[in-house]
Design a protein around this ligand. Structure first.
Ligand code: PEP
Length: 241
């Protein structure tokens, strides 16, 4: 059985998030759910004691204190989170988050006992310039800055080509395979054995062929995770893979 992670981004409201989580729970599913901050507690209440796992979309690199607008790892744990996304392209490119900050976030999350899903992926110009592997390799390098105990808190690495996120254009299974094989090798060199997820315009129609690739151990799903039918269909593909 493969991992299906649902990144709800800045979507849904309390009622729709709770409704979606309740249906997933009723089905006995075990997806990883990443709601927006205000939805964490109501979703945590619905999924308590189920196989569903709660995660946040970001964490502050700071501890509790005078950091207006930030949310600490301690607060996320308190809200019921076990996981946090770090390095998502919408943080890297929309908020200028780079290597030093991402390393701090990875370390901070590990320090408060949160597991991390670390995202990497190249932009279209980087791919067109033949730099995809170099860029992704450099991004992965942030993990090399972690201690062994911090590395142990990395729950998954997600390859999400930026040109595929929210565009409807997914990487081909061959492109996903090529990058995942490279990531697997690099992670092995770092002594890390973590599941590799693919993300970028995953839909019920392409989930099966992506999951059929040897190093694709799960999917990180944005848009298609917002509707019960499409998320359930993707999760069914993961159960069959
Ligand atoms: C994402 O944001 O992680 C993502 C993969 O989005 P989408 O599935 O909408 O491309």
């Amino acid at each position: 059985m493969r991992i299906v992670a649902a990144n709800w981004k800045m979507n849904l409201r309390c009622k729709s998030a709770v409704g979606l989580a309740s249906r997933l729970r009723a089905d006995g599913r075990s997806c990883w759910l990443f709601p927006a901050f205000p939805l964490l507690v109501p979703v945590a209440q619905v999924i308590a004691g189920s196989g569903l796992v709660l995660g946040a979309q970001d964490v502050s690199p700071e501890q509790d204190g005078a950091f207006t607008g930030e949310v600490s790892g301690e607060q996320l744990k308190d809200a019921g989170c076990e996981l946090v996304l770090i390095g998502h392209s919408e943080r890297r490119h929309g908020h200028g988050e780079r290597h030093p900050l991402l390393v701090r976030k990875l370390k901070r999350a590990a320090e408060c006992g949160l597991k991390t899903v670390y995202c990497v992926g190249e932009t279209l110009p980087e791919r067109q310039a033949g730099r995809a592997e170099t860029v992704v390799g450099e991004q992965l390098g942030s993990l090399a800055k972690l201690s062994d105990s911090e590395k142990a808190q990395v729950a998954a690495v997600a390859y999400e080509p930026v040109w595929a996120i929210g565009t409807g254009e997914n990487a081909t299974p061959a492109q996903a395979h090529e990058m995942h094989a490279l990531l697997r090798q690099s992670l092995e060199r770092m002594g890390m054995k973590v599941p590799l997820l693919y993300g970028g315009s995953v839909k019920p129609e392409n989930a099966g062929e992506l999951l059929a690739q040897p190093h694709v151990e799960g999917l990180l799903v944005g848009g298609a995770s917002l509707e019960y039918e499409s998320l359930a269909a993707i999760d069914n593909a993961a159960r069959e893979a």
